[in-house]
Write a protein that binds this ligand. Structure first.
Ligand SMILES: *Cc1c(COP(=O)(O)O)cnc(C)c1O
Length: 353
């Protein structure tokens, strides 16, 4: 089975497992786990920040960040398709009493002009606008790399207006590898950054929230409240250390592999890339058919050994990662083209509907 559902399906390789098995550990709640400590220093340094904290998931790092920056009754501004707004059960509201104002970007990209004017006046009727959240790469945006100039202008504007900034950088290293911009440059405008080790980097578990030293006290409190205080967590942090040391540069292979899938999609009359541009390891495409839904299409692929994810009624997502080779992706592309051709001959093209 060629599993292209997500880059979270990656399994630790033998060397990563060996590093995990032999990692020095200690209780990281009552004390410090040396491997967690090492990971936290590594990722903070890479992002040019003072400190970082290891947590079980990217949802937790995002939600701890929101809680760290906001008080109940505060508001965050975000892009309408972002993970924090769409895929975390509105945790900011459920857990921290915070309101979100989602703003639809153009192809998932927010521009400063869309945010100017959204800061609420300081009066008793309004929530207090406090935080701007961006996502890079943008998952629903098809792995889009945010244009640096927009990130920079939004972060500068936010700070000029006493707002704080958080980056959901679950796949930030995909942006780093696919651009000439380093991780610390991407991070420079943000007060906090969330990084996932369990996506394309290939570690089995974990994310880090990166920020400044003075945030650590409250970050630790919120993490504990959300159930993320972990004991001998060095055993999983060791997988993340291995990932940082070995699996960043190879993300470029995933990007090349994604291009082969995008190319196959572009060869089919009844499929279209949405977005058209594929920047990194995510390919989203639309099926133009009256009869065949995205989940039908995925079922047909599955029967032929290719696993993709229905992303809406008419959209499918394919995501490349370290457990699928270029050959796998060429093969998946062929199956995709054959399957698209089958449904085209079964039903008339309804392009544009
Ligand atoms: C995967 C992901 C997260 C975090 O997901 P977890 O499954 O909680 O680790 C956050 N943001 C984005 C953009 C993601 O793709």
């Amino acid at each position: 089975m060629i599993d292209l559902r997500s880059d979270t399906v990656t399994r630790p390789c033998e060397a990563m497992r060996a590093a995990m098995a032999t990692a020095p550990v200690n209780d990281d709640v009552i004390d410090v786990d040396p491997t967690v400590d090492r990971l936290q220093r590594m990722i903070a340094e890479r992002l040019g920040k003072e400190a970082a904290m290891f947590m079980p998931s990217g949802t937790m790092t995002n939600q701890v960040a929101v809680r760290l920056h906001c008080r109940p009754g505060d508001e965050l501004l975000c892009e309408a398709g972002c993970h924090i707004y769409n895929y975390e059960q509105g945790g900011f509201a459920q857990l921290s009493g915070i309101v979100a104002q989602p703003v639809p970007g153009q192809n998932s990209v927010l521009k400063l002009g869309q945010l100017e004017g959204l800061i609420k006046p300081d009066n008793e009727h309004a929530v207090r606008t406090r935080l701007v959240c961006l996502e890079n790469t943008h998952n629903r945006g098809g792995g889009r790399i945010l244009p640096y100039e927009h990130v920079e202008s939004i972060c500068n504007w936010a700070h000029e207006h006493d707002l704080v900034t958080h980056l959901d950088g679950a796949r930030l290293f995909n942006s780093v590898v696919a651009s000439v911009i380093s991780a610390d440059e991407w991070a420079s405008g943000f007060d906090t950054i969330s990084i996932c080790f369990s996506k394309g980097l290939g570690a089995p578990v974990g994310s880090a929230l990166v920020g400044s030293k003075d945030m650590i006290h409250d970050m630790r409190r919120h993490r504990k409240l959300f159930g993320g205080g972990m004991r001998q967590s060095g055993i999983i942090a060791a997988g993340a250390v291995y990932a940082l040391e070995n699996n960043i540069d190879r993300l470029e292979l995933d990007h090349h592999a994604a291009q082969t899938i995008a190319h196959a999609v572009s060869q089919c009359d009844n499929l279209s890339l949405e977005p058209e541009q594929v920047d990194t390891n995510i390919v989203i495409f639309r099926i133009h058919s009256d009869q065949v839904s995205a989940s039908d299409f995925c079922e047909r692929l599955y029967e032929q050994g290719v696993w993709m994810l229905p992303f809406s009624n008419v959209h499918v997502r394919a995501c490349t990662h370290l457990n699928v080779s270029m050959d796998d992706c060429l093969h998946a592309g062929q199956i995709l083209q054959q399957t698209a051709e089958q449904i085209r001959t079964e039903s008339p093209i309804t392009r544009g509907s």
